[in-house]
Write a protein that binds this ligand. Structure first.
Ligand SMILES: *Cc1c(COP(=O)(O)O)cnc(C)c1O
Length: 452
């Protein structure tokens, strides 16, 4: 018998688009205006790509969230999570609505002070606080959330040297049924670290323990996890009151509410899968109200909600650079924005709409960014009408994290425009120029000239 020829096995990626129950038609409609402003006008005035923020949407969302908690609990305070979007104009919209500031670094702390937030309304989180950061925060009477014992001892030394009593809280991590646990931040509840830190603070008598804090994760789809967290923090608060007669003034549940984005691999659209503010508020407030506080002991409830308050207010406008066919026959469209400015496309299937009218034909398409990097994929597979070079698209729900985690890789970062509640656009961040980058560089004199 003739020997068969060996053929090596191959793994071949299948690119068939997933059918959803409505068929393959795109869910999108042309999206031509944002708060009364034509996408084409915005691009011709401010350039492309362009981030656009709807002030109206921020204020509406904030009021919704506040209402959900205020109707269920008497004392509620939001603190704007700077790292989610620390553009000063954005921060000040939240401050005008009554939000305090929540910062996670010395740099963000300076931003909040610069914006005019009173020191005692700044919550200072995060594992890295320098000696200078802590001195300034103590001087300003800010609320310092201690992350680890080394920080506790630094604060103690500063308090002794300056004769000031710092106002502190501890960050607590805990099992809420969500894994992996974020146990690298703060002190653990179950193994007793948190109670140990409380005892160290209370018996040391150099600082005032005013609060208890946790931030259990981000894009949390289970409101019940917050109920567990609120119950555990409440238990620590009532134990502290019992043992030391020290009133815990506030319980801070951190951030982490899901926005209406769609996580990659999710069957349902984010708008259907994400819990409402009411559901989160019900879980949290029920746990605190049932925890055994007397009426006068009831702590202020602080929330550091980030992405759920800003994501939907942000849009990214962009332009088609080119179309091509991949070797497997798929259509590919190259956009003028990529993962450099749309960092969240690693996690989300963003809703993307063409900004002009389109016909009946749709095709599975890969949307690429302009970077010379293979990972620069905005969408692996989207049923999209064919767009031409210079057509525009609008990416929705990009207000959170993209404008702080964006990177300056081979291109400058674009401008940000805010549309006010009267539909008037305002430039709130200029697009970068070559000077934005070159000004920081220093050329040693011996490298200044060369001959080729
Ligand atoms: C990032 C962060 C937040 C905001 O989280 P979201 O998931 O955007 O709501 C709040 N608190 C702390 C301590 C954080 O690190």
């Amino acid at each position: 018998m003739k020997r068969l020829v060996y053929e090596r096995p191959v793994i071949q990626r299948l690119n068939a688009g997933l059918m959803n129950k409505y068929g393959t038609k795109t869910e999108f409609v042309p999206f031509t205006h944002i708060d009364g402003n034509a996408v084409t006008d915005l691009i011709s005035t401010y350039g492309s790509p362009l981030f656009v923020i709807s002030e109206k949407k921020i204020r509406e969302t904030y009021k919704d969230a506040l209402r959900a908690f205020k109707t269920r609990y008497p004392k509620v305070q939001f603190a704007w999570s700077y790292k989610t979007n620390y553009n000063n104009a954005v921060c000040n919209v939240f401050h005008q609505e009554g939000s305090w500031a929540e910062v996670v670094s010395g740099f963000e702390y300076q931003k909040a002070i610069h914006n005019g937030v009173p020191g005692n309304k700044i919550i200072f989180n995060g594992p890295e606080k320098s000696d200078e950061d802590l001195k300034l925060a103590i001087h300003n009477g800010s609320l310092i959330h201690i992350d680890h014992l080394d920080e506790l001892y630094m604060i103690k030394e500063i308090a002794e040297a300056t004769k000031k009593r710092p106002k502190v809280a501890i960050r607590v991590n805990m099992d809420t049924g969500i894994y992996p646990m974020w146990d690298r931040f703060g002190f653990n509840y179950e193994n007793g670290q948190a109670w140990d830190a409380i005892n160290k603070i209370m018996l040391n008598d150099k600082m005032d323990l005013v609060g208890l804090h946790c931030h259990i994760g981000t894009f949390m789809l289970t409101p019940g996890a917050y109920g567990i967290a609120a119950a555990k923090l409440s238990e620590l608060a009532t134990s502290t009151m019992k043992k030391y007669k020290n009133k815990i003034e506030y319980i801070d549940l951190g951030g982490g509410f899901a926005s209406r984005n769609t996580l990659k691999g999710s069957y349902l659209q984010g708008a259907d899968a994400s819990p409402s503010f009411n559901q989160y508020a019900e879980a949290i407030t029920t746990a605190i109200l049932n925890a055994g506080f007397t009426e006068s002991e009831l702590p202020l409830l602080i929330l550091e909600t980030g992405r759920a308050l800003i994501d939907e207010a942000g849009y990214l406008l962009g332009t088609v650079i080119s179309n091509k066919r991949l070797s497997d026959g798929r259509r590919a469209t190259i956009m003028n924005f990529g993962v450099n400015i749309l960092f969240t496309s690693f996690w989300y299937d963003h809703k993307i709409s063409p900004a002009q009218h389109f016909g009946q034909y749709f095709e599975d398409t890969v949307l690429y960014g302009p970077l010379c990097m293979n990972i620069d994929v905005v969408r692996e597979n989207i049923s999209f009408p064919p767009l031409k070079k210079d057509d525009h698209v609008v990416v929705h729900t990009v207000g959170a994290y993209n404008m702080t985690q964006w990177m300056q890789f081979i291109a400058m970062r674009p401008a940000i425009v805010m549309i006010d509640t009267n539909n008037k656009p305002h430039l709130i961040r200029k697009k970068e120029t070559i000077n934005s980058i070159q000004d920081e560089e220093v050329m040693p004199s011996y490298l200044k000239s060369f001959k080729l």
